[in-house]
Write a new protein. Structure first.
Length: 123
């Protein structure tokens, strides 16, 4: 994902989610310097409610190494009152880069010396 591009990972909710801390792990392979905006979203039908948003700047590893770089953060967010069909969306958007593939979430896990991206919801 590069400048101006965004990708979403949807999850169909099954129950209410209390207010609290979301643990976000998004180890990634960084090809070029990039600013990434992350959003946690509650989607109901065609309506999106942003629960949390933040930005992080990433730099590639030196020497042309393309191992996953660790990224982990806790984000506070309000409660979600569940209704059938609701989705939780993890969106990430790239900016300030010259590459269309500057930020690649680590789908290879330990093979790329990182973790598979995941989010732990509040309990």
């Amino acid at each position: 994902m590069g400048s101006g591009g965004s990708l979403e990972a949807p999850y169909s909710l099954k129950a209410d989610v209390p207010a609290g801390t979301y643990r976000v792990i998004c180890d990634a392979i960084i090809i070029r310097a990039v600013d990434v905006t992350f959003d946690l979203i509650h989607r109901r039908g065609s309506t999106d409610v942003t629960l949390a948003t933040w930005m992080h700047h990433f730099e590639p590893l030196p020497g042309g190494v393309y191992d996953a770089q660790p990224y982990e953060i806790d984000q506070e967010a309000p409660a979600i009152d569940f209704q059938e069909g609701d989705q939780f969306i993890f969106r990430y958007t790239g900016a300030n880069t010259m590459s269309s593939m500057a930020f690649i979430p680590n789908g290879d896990g330990a093979l790329a010396k990182g973790r598979i991206p995941n989010i732990t919801l509040p309990r």
